[in-house]
Design a binder for this molecule. Sequence first.
Ligand code: ADP
Ligand code: GN1
Ligand code: MG
Length: 354
Amino acid sequence: MSLPISEIIPGFDIPEPLSRVEPLGNGHINRTLLLFCSGSRYVLQKINTEVFRQPELLMDNLARVTAHLRHRGVPSLELIPAKQDGRSWLRDEEGGFWRAYRYIERSRVCESAPTPEQAFAGARAFGEFQRVLADLPGPRLAETIPDFHHTPRRFEALELAVRQDPCDRLHRVLPELDFLRARADEAGKILALLQNRSLPERICHNDTKLNNVLLDEVTGAGVCVIDLDTVMPGAGAYDFGDLVRSAASPAAEDERDLTLVELQPELFRALAAGFLAGTGGILTRLECELLPFAGKLITMEIGCRFLTDYLNGDRYFRIARPEHNLDRARAQLKLVASIEAQFDTLRKITEELT
Ligand code: ADP
Ligand code: GN1
Ligand code: MG
């Protein structure tokens, strides 16, 4: 049982009356609602505390990151304070963790099939995000989900799910499992370079799918990077990798017709050009060289996570149909195959741009 929204909203400094509430967006983890209040719009989110175990730490990260971005003239999310104590979040009596944002008007997200212009704009915004946060003052940001992009641990979690097979689904995923196992030795490549300091640790967004950046409804330019729950230390190339996963193929993340899932070099080029424009020269030579591989790695990692969740009975990612996580996994793995088939082209494009 969860509390009705009408009991949560008065806790925030939001003008009454509330005229309407609608679900917002397609996130897989948190619950996101759009509120229409007295002529203005707000976003209300319930954080999934099974996934984000220390939401207060996450909110500390978020406050520092948004303040720094604004200080540097980059628009960012604006949190609405809670009435009782002025904090940027509140707990309901059942322990639910809530926060509210001002809704950013005249913006939209691209869920799938981006144009090259949208791919460029989104990638540039994520690149700029990384560049501006490179000099965030203060201590290292908290890790809101430890080992988030520790790809070898994601593979270990898959093997555990395979051994346990709690829902008797293993027999349905044998080709996908073979596909991933054949690539397991590549899982630790970026991590090893981070660990031996060949790559710098950066403040990354870590969830750079294209629907986590707002684009101007009219001009299409990047307006604001959102969904900041996983902003924490990582490898710069990861943020490019998730852009490739989510925006280099016109197909949706859960496309069932796998013939539609194909990396398009022109979308990859737009993403790389946008990301490099946004990062504005901060990336090292090795980081630039790793961009195509990061696309493959993150697509493989998230395919692995979807498959693991399918085996475990869909406990992590929200699903809208019974085989949803399996469909998502298959689409990611098809994209990995497409990236591999065009890898030389992607390398050439990256070299041309750097
Ligand atoms: P989730 O963690 O569930 O992915 P997000 O923070 O990404 O949640 O929000 C889900 C969707 O809500 C986004 O894709 C975007 O469409 C919309 N959205 C979120 N915050 C805002 C905002 N402040 N202004 C406008 N739209 C927003
Ligand atoms: C989740 O919350 P959302 O939908 O933006 C997930 C990402 C995955 C993504 C796949 C905290 O992102 O890691 O890449 O789904 N977020 C978390 O679409 O696990
Ligand atoms: Mg999101």
